[in-house]
Ligand binder design. Structure first.
Ligand SMILES: O=C(O)C(=O)[C@@H](O)CO
Ligand SMILES: [Mg+2]
Length: 259
């Protein structure tokens, strides 16, 4: 049976951040994830997590000025120090939250940038970060993201993610496989999952078009989720969609999976 993680950067947007933890527990989720917990002291986040009884599935390492339009800094040559400091901060939170995986957002391609140089920077950053995370028993992930929602994003396909993994040469670097992004960019969702299964540490779901609940678009999630089960995927399934009505009202799709 799939195990669901509530992505609190998308779900329960009507509630303050720390109140979303209890709401997710009440609605049957087993774990939490979000872009980043950094606006709150880690002790407060840990208290809310403990009170909810949920697990911390994942969060992103600091990703630059998100509100200002940045989408990660990991490929940017002039931000290497900041990236390394961000890994330290992510590890501090991950330890307190007993979170076993963190995700890196690669960044936007600056106008006129040398793509080979960006790749070199990204690979160097990931190599260093994957080793530091391994020492802490935490997996490091990278996520290909679709270019329609984030034009100019550096990492937008599984083929590119595979190349980055190969170049980094670390056995602690994995792929975050987001079915929504991959449906937009390449399709062939399950055969690609099967091929990369050993390298996929986390999956996320939303339907297309619109990034709504499973069942609101073209992806056959009945089939997809039962295939994940059949193939022995035992990680969390991150629910990273924008509810069409309200989070709770839109959870009908999850009911058959709750025991
Ligand atoms: O948007 C997504 O997809 C994510 O998983 C975020 O963590 C980064 O944009
Ligand atoms: Mg995602």
């Amino acid at each position: 049976m799939p195990k669901f993680s509530a992505n609190l950067s998308f779900l329960y947007q009507d509630l303050p951040f720390l109140d979303r933890f209890a709401a997710a527990a009440r609605d049957g989720f087993g774990a939490l994830e979000y872009l980043g917990p950094y606006a709150e002291p880690k002790e407060k986040v840990a208290d809310a997590l403990k009170a909810s009884g949920l697990k911390q599935a994942l969060f992103n390492v600091p990703s630059g000025d998100w509100a200002g339009g940045e989408r990660g800094i990991a490929c940017l040559p002039d931000r290497v120090e900041e990236f390394r400091a961000g890994i330290s901060l992510a590890l501090d939170y991950a330890k307190v939250l007993d979170c076993r995986q963190v995700n890196v957002i690669s960044g936007l391609v600056p106008e006129g940038a040398d793509l080979e140089m960006l790749e070199k920077v990204l690979v160097g950053n990931l190599k260093n970060a994957a080793a530091r995370c391994a020492d802490a028993g935490i997996k490091l992930l990278i996520e290909p993201i679709n270019l329609r929602d984030i034009p100019g994003f550096f990492l937008s396909s599984t083929a590119h993610a595979e190349r980055i993994l190969e170049k980094a040469g670390s056995d602690n670097l994995y792929i975050q496989y987001d079915f929504y992004h991959m449906q937009i960019m390449q399709g062939d969702l399950i055969p690609t999952f099967v091929r990369l299964k050993e390298k996929i540490a986390h999956v996320q779901i939303a339907d297309n078009p619109g990034r709504g609940e499973p069942g609101t678009g073209e992806i056959n999630y009945g089939f997809t989720l039962s295939e994940l089960d059949r193939l022995g995927y035992d990680g969390w399934v991150g629910c990273e969609y924008r509810p069409k009505a309200g989070t709770r009202e839109g959870l009908g799709w999850m009911k058959p999976y709750l025991t």
